[in-house]
Write a protein that binds this ligand. Structure first.
Ligand code: ADP
Ligand code: MG
Length: 317
């Protein structure tokens, strides 16, 4: 198969194409670029994330897991914006033409994309060390998106789900055996909090971030952007039962600094909290309130005791 045939065989998915009309896509795969119509009163929200073999997923990872995670991490970015999903492009760099690999990669990719009616509108393929780059488009009603710089003094800090599972998954993967199924699943196939996030703006939430590089690092981003400091009580974080077998120091480290969980961290006013909690409950999504934003202080994050917390998240450079 030549490059064109590969695209035809693996990236033109008939089910996926059926969503084109409903997403107002004028021109999808096959031309020099994709064209779609923007609806009046809507804004385009776009993001891109590249995943590199050996950095973001195991070198020997399965094609299906790699595809899933590459799309899922982008879904999480749009969740953090409170956007609904529209379309995506895929840039794929492969060491060799491996049709079996491409088949399971594209099957997995479209399984997740079709679940969200998310249309693949174009991409690129080249030869080189394995990496997957996905650019994702979403939409919001004009002005109704969540941002990092919108936390207010006295807002509470909320976190969805259980943290530290992906980091535990990575540890177990390195040791050669997954003991915790939840950790394995979170590490290989993270689940973006899209549905929950979509309801947040109308419940009064304005400020959110997804947890990709570790909770403290993300709270640091919110503080810096919103020009506030945070006071947190890490004892309020929900500890997943598979982390309970670890020493409390290890569990704490995974929950506060472990990456790749793709949960959401957001600011909510005291008056909006109960509606947000109810929304989480409707979706059976655990939620914890772990602190609040304040004006005072030179450092960014403080413990309940007043002691400053050192922030160490994942950094590429
Ligand atoms: P060009 O040389 O103009 O970039 P290509 O030959 O790379 O065009 O791609 C042909 C068409 O196939 C384009 O519409 C492009 O968006 C699409 N395409 C290329 N690679 C992929 C891919 N991995 N997934 C989906 N569409 C792709
Ligand atoms: Mg090209």
């Amino acid at each position: 198969m030549d490059e064109f045939e590969l695209i035809q065989s693996f990236f033109i998915n008939s089910k996926n194409q059926t969503f084109s009309e409903q997403k107002n896509i004028t021109l999808g795969i096959g031309d020099d670029a994709a064209v779609f119509e923007l609806t009046a009163g809507k804004q385009l929200v776009t993001c891109v994330d590249t995943l590199v073999a050996g950095v973001h997923f195991p070198e020997d990872g399965s094609a299906a897991d790699i595809a899933y995670k590459s799309l899922a991490v982008n879904l999480s970015d749009l969740a953090a914006m409170g956007a609904s999903l529209h379309s995506f492009t895929l840039s794929l760099t492969l060491p060799e033409k491996d049709e079996l690999w491409l088949k399971s990669f594209s099957d997995s990719l479209f399984e997740l994309a079709n679940q969200h009616r998310l249309v693949l509108v174009g991409g690129d393929m080249s030869r080189g060390p394995l990496s997957v780059s996905i650019q994702l488009n979403g939409v919001v009603d004009a002005g109704k998106f969540l941002r990092r710089d919108a936390a207010k003094e006295n807002d509470l800090i909320c976190v969805t789900g259980h943290l530290g599972l992906a980091a535990l998954g990575l540890q177990e993967y390195k040791k050669g055996k997954f003991k915790s199924q939840s950790a394995q699943l979170r590490f290989l196939r993270p689940e973006a909090r899209l549905e929950f996030a979509l309801g947040l703006y109308d419940l009064g939430v304005r400020c959110a971030i997804d947890i990709s590089d570790g909770l403290l690092s993300e709270i640091g981003h919110l503080c810096r952007a919103s020009k506030l400091s945070a006071k947190i009580d890490t004892g309020n974080l929900l500890v997943h039962q598979d982390l309970q077998q670890l020493s409390s120091i290890d569990a704490r480290e995974l929950m506060l600094s472990g990456g790749d969980d793709y949960e959401l961290c957001f600011a909510v006013s005291e008056s909006a909290l109960s509606a947000v909690e109810q929304w989480a409950q409707e979706l059976a999504l655990p939620l914890s309130v772990i602190g609040g934003f304040q004006k005072q202080g030179n450092t960014m994050i403080y413990e309940q005791s007043g002691a400053p917390v050192a922030v160490a998240g994942y950094q590429h450079f």
